[in-house]
Design a protein around this ligand. Structure first.
Ligand SMILES: Cc1cc2nc3c(=O)[nH]c(=O)nc-3n(C[C@H](O)[C@H](O)[C@H](O)COP(=O)(O)OP(=O)(O)OC[C@H]3O[C@@H](n4cnc5c(N)ncnc54)[C@H](O)[C@@H]3O)c2cc1C
Length: 410
């Protein structure tokens, strides 16, 4: 009865946060700037001496969108829940709800979840909230999964599908998942450890900001349909407009308001996830509700049917490419650099296709500056999971000038 409704999503989110025992004290927010006055921000320290980690990860892109189909493996119903591209964190609750809707059609009392990334762990917790007994079987806990190597913002349509192969119906499914997830995350705001929070994000430029309009490159005549991989940005599904009514939009800042060394800036509010506290919150709820975790590495999907649970939700992300031989999973490589956490400078900045975002678990740095013309194509088909330090060093050099002391206003 509850599944699928926004009311249920709100309940889900409340329950997801139930493990956190008390609400955080509301810290005194700085007053909003007066008209015509500058915004005052503590500058981020983006020098190399602050670098504490480099991570690399593969987004599991499927042209048709995540696999949420079902199949029987001997006497076991397997519901798939993998292939969320650059949107796995963002769509986790909504996607889990869709997968569980399929699992619940056979009225199981207990289920198995394979995989413990953000998709598996969220699916497990949601299943418990729907009254099921759950065992997670996974090679790694979430802290060692690819999910922990993401950047962690609400980006629900980032490399989630390709427009044509996914088809027009995918938009509705995506919107259902995105809205369900948004409601769930909303109820985690303000909890101790800030598993989910909003920060201000500034888009900076040296020239008047212009919204880039992408048009298909006529020189590229092939496409996913002919090559089995996307060849240009315009092949990707871009769906964010569908939830524009609930997601904060950006506003232009007046020159005297800009606390950075650039003449133009926009500001928006961005929801993001702090990995350590968010994972702790989910794990606490999972074990608090009696969930079992079994470390196990599956070699073939036939082994799913050896489990005692006869309903299995399969959430192995990019690994599904080999485990169940789904060659439609396309790797999209991404790298993040991490600086020492800087809670006193709690905001994000984008400049020349470099982004930095200050989170409780560190300041995450991403560099898309070398080939901005690629757009969503950056990293497509690249399964190299080793880090490239020079890439992050270059990003820090590009972004550093915007914090130059000369430009800071009192
Ligand atoms: C650089 C980068 C930045 C990103 N930023 C964002 C972002 O800001 N917002 C967002 O929403 N998404 C983001 N993503 C995408 C997001 O990280 C993925 O969509 C998400 O991690 C997929 O989660 P998953 O649980 O499906 O897979 P995984 O995290 O890969 O988890 C798979 C699980 O299955 C287990 N497993 C695998 N194989 C087996 C096996 N054979 N037997 C048993 N267990 C197995 C693993 O141990 C693991 O526990 C980003 C991705 C990258 C690369």
């Amino acid at each position: 009865m509850l599944r699928g409704s926004l009311g249920a999503a709100a309940l889900v989110g409340l329950q997801a946060c139930a493990s956190a025992t008390k609400l955080a004290q509301t810290s005194a927010a700085p007053p909003p700037p007066l008209p015509g006055k500058s915004i005052s921000l503590v500058p981020l320290r983006v020098s190399l001496d602050q670098l504490i980690d480099l991570k690399c990860c593969l987004r599991p892109l499927r042209a048709a969108g995540p696999n949420l189909g079902t199949e029987m493996v001997r006497d076991t119903l397997v519901v798939h829940n993998y292939g969320h591209g650059g949107s796995g964190w963002s769509l986790s609750w909504g996607s889990a709800d869709v997968a569980l809707g399929k699992a619940l059609t056979v009225f199981p009392k207990e289920i198995a979840v394979i995989g413990c990334g953000i998709i598996g762990l969220t699916t497990a917790v949601l299943a418990q909230q729907y009254g099921l007994k759950v065992t997670i079987y996974s090679r790694d806990p979430i802290q060692r999964s690819r999910s922990f190597r993401a950047s962690g913002s609400f980006t629900p349509s980032s490399r989630i599908a390709l427009a044509e192969p996914a088809g027009p119906a995918f938009g509705d499914l995506w919107e259902q998942m995105a809205r369900f997830s948004w409601k769930a995350f909303r109820t985690c705001l303000g909890l101790p450890g800030k598993p989910v929070e909003f920060t201000e994000s500034y888009g900076l430029s040296d020239t008047p900001p212009q919204r880039r309009v992408w048009t298909p490159d006529p020189a590229i005549t092939d496409s996913y349909a002919t090559k089995g991989t996307p060849l240009q940005h315009t092949e990707f599904a871009h769906l964010d407009e569908r939830i524009r009514d609930i997601v904060p939009q950006s506003v232009a800042l007046a020159p005297e308001e800009i606390p950075f060394n650039v003449p133009y800036a926009t500001r928006t509010s961005q929801m993001h996830f702090n990995f350590s506290s968010y994972a702790h919150m989910l794990q606490s709820e999972f074990f608090g509700r009696g969930g079992q975790y079994v470390m196990r590495d599956f070699a073939t999907p036939a082994q799913f049917a050896d489990l005692k649970e006869k309903v299995v939700i399969h959430c192995t992300g990019y690994a599904a490419r080999d485990l169940i031989n789904d060659q439609t999973v396309i790797p999209v490589r991404g790298q993040t650099g991490w600086l020492v956490p800087q809670p006193e400078a709690n905001y994000g900045v984008r400049y020349k296709n470099v982004s930095v975002l200050s989170k409780a678990d560190g300041v995450v740095v991403q560099n898309n500056s070398s080939t901005p013309e690629l757009g969503d194509m950056l990293g497509v088909g690249n399964s190299m999971e080793l880090v490239n330090r020079a890439d992050t060093e270059a990003a820090l050099k590009i972004i550093a000038p915007v914090f130059a002391p000369a430009a800071r206003q009192a």
